[in-house]
Write a protein that binds this ligand. Structure first.
Ligand code: ADP
Ligand code: GLC
Length: 489
């Protein structure tokens, strides 16, 4: 089966969050399962700098404001997989965040930039751009790629299967409705059953309306987005499409996230030989300027700093956490008020609290290995990857019961501990009191080394594999393709 993934991020080329990890890991897992997979990416500077260009597939233009667009066939680093890169300097060759200008607002031409991404995905799939390769399945990720299904739906005749994965419904790609004409879609698409959204035009809604199948990144989030509380105004559309909506849990790329081989760590370790974890903790305490104390529980956060992640609750509960004798470390970047709040708290608590602002891949690995507890108190969390990495590194996740967090962490209640299935700490309400209560339970368990180690072992045994996710996607594509062949017969 030939599959084209269309996405804006791919690790290690460009990453702002978990989307990049998924787009890097799912295609090779699908290749291992026997599929022929390519990826389509926008030609951001970091993307062009990190790939090996094979040849130019075609040149066209003007398109979406770019005079000329070159479609390059490239090989990706690490996996050597084929990818297409849209080389459109006018739209993509600018440094910094792929979505935002330096002042934090969206790039003024995001409509054109991401319409081009979806449009090229659709043209490739329709067989119009590369005479040597065309996919049977177009798999678009998040709003950035969401117009690909719409452009394909606008074409007459047979077309490939379109799949749209929602990684986060909160980011929707909405634009002034007056710009609709610039998309080059039929006028009928700008209506309530199309991509019109309260007078605006919504890329996310285009994906939800026009894709043959919709998926999201955990079973619980698939149920949640049909509710007003998690739907960001699109829950009605999600409910309409419920019969074509699946939740497929993300996995862990163990070529990158494995404490037994991770080159970022001072000592490697695994379930059978866990001693290296204590050395990682000592090195992390040293690196971050924390008191080097092996028996003090070290709580950590590695996260985007945004409303979604509930870190304001952590900020408010820090004093009691530290007073109870724990240490705290945070690596994050994002909203200014959270950055400032954590930096000020760290300055007030030297030796017991450390904050590193910015994006630092290697440090994120060292924290994952050196901490005892990883806090993920999200208000909503489509899947969440950090708690999966923490489990594998024997760092117990302390999470809110929502989305993928609810699907992947088993609370260390008495019964679950007795059954040997506990893997972390789970709380229900997005309140300071609730997460602090869970942190007290974590510290109580930490003071019982044998019981703690039993939960660590259960955590490290968890296997959230991309092989499994890749097979689920392939079987979903197959079912959908068979069904559409049945309809057309
Ligand atoms: P989201 O995509 O919502 O940000 P995920 O948990 O799915 O959340 O993925 C976050 C990814 O980004 C993980 O790979 C995590 O390690 C990484 N990450 C987040 N913040 C940082 C940071 N400041 N430095 C390095 N890596 C980070
Ligand atoms: C989004 C979500 C996160 C998910 C990631 C990868 O960024 O916020 O929960 O893990 O996408 O699917």
């Amino acid at each position: 089966m030939r599959i084209l993934h269309v996405a804006a991020e791919l690790f290690p080329l460009i990453k702002t969050g978990g989307l990049a990890d998924v787009v890097a890991a799912l295609p090779p897992a699908q290749v291992a399962a026997g599929a022929d997979v390519r990826v389509l990416l926008p030609g951001l500077p970091a993307v062009l700098a990190g790939v090996t260009i094979q040849h130019t597939v075609c040149t066209f233009g003007p398109a979406f404001g770019a005079a000329q667009v070159h479609l390059r066939l490239v090989r990706l680093p690490d996996t050597g997989l084929h990818a297409y890169v849209i080389d459109a300097p006018f739209l993509y060759r600018r440094a910094g965040n792929p979505y935002q200008a330096p002042d934090g607002s969206g790039w003024a031409d995001n409509l054109q930039r991401f319409a081009l991404l979806g449009w090229v995905g659709a043209q490739l799939a329709a067989g119009g751009l590369d005479p040597a390769w065309a996919p049977e399945v177009v798999h678009a990720h998040d709003w950035h790629a969401a117009l690909a299904p719409a452009y394909l739906a606008a074409r007459p005749g047979p077309r490939p299967l379109t799949v749209f994965t929602v990684h986060n419904l909160a980011y929707q790609g909405t634009f002034d409705g007056a710009l609709f004409a610039q998309l080059g879609l039929p006028p009928g698409f700008f209506q309530i059953d199309g991509l019109e959204f309260h007078g605006l035009l919504s890329f996310m809604k285009a994906g939800l309306r026009y894709a043959d199948c919709i998926t999201t990144v955990s079973p619980t989030y698939a149920r949640e987005i049909a509710l007003p509380e998690f739907g960001w105004g699109l829950d009605g559309v999600v409910r309409d499409r419920a019969s074509c909506l699946w939740g497929v849990l993300n996995g862990v790329d163990t070529t990158l996230w494995d404490p037994a081989t991770d080159p970022a760590l001072v000592a490697n370790y695994d379930m059978h030989d866990p001693d290296g974890k204590a050395r990682c903790k000592m090195a992390l305490q040293q690196e971050l300027g924390l008191a080097v104390m092996p028996d003090v529980p070290l709580f950590a956060v590695v996260s985007r700093l945004s409303e979604q992640k509930g870190l304001d609750l952590v900020l408010q509960g820090l004093a009691p956490l530290l007073e109870s004798g724990a240490q705290f470390a945070l690596l994050g970047s994002g909203d200014g008020w959270l950055e400032q709040g954590f930096a000020a708290a760290a300055a007030a608590h030297p030796g017991v609290m450390a904050v590193r602002l910015g994006f630092d891949e290697a440090l994120s690995h060292r924290i994952m290995a050196g901490a005892d507890v990883l806090l993920v108190p999200s208000r909503f969390e489509p899947c969440g990857l950090t708690q999966l990495y923490a489990l594998r590194y024997g760092t117990l996740p302390l999470v809110r019961r929502t989305g993928g967090l609810a699907d992947t962490v088993v609370d260390a209640g008495a019964e679950q501990c007795a059954q040997g299935i506990a893997t972390g700490f789970v709380f229900s309400h997005a309140t300071v009191a609730d997460w602090l209560e869970a942190s007290r339970r974590a510290q109580h368990l930490y003071r019982q080394p044998a019981a703690w180690q039993a939960v660590v072992r259960a955590a490290m045994q968890q296997h959230f594999s991309w092989d499994n996710a890749a097979r689920q996607y392939l079987s979903l594509y197959r079912t959908a393709l068979d069904e559409s062949a049945g309809h057309n017969a």
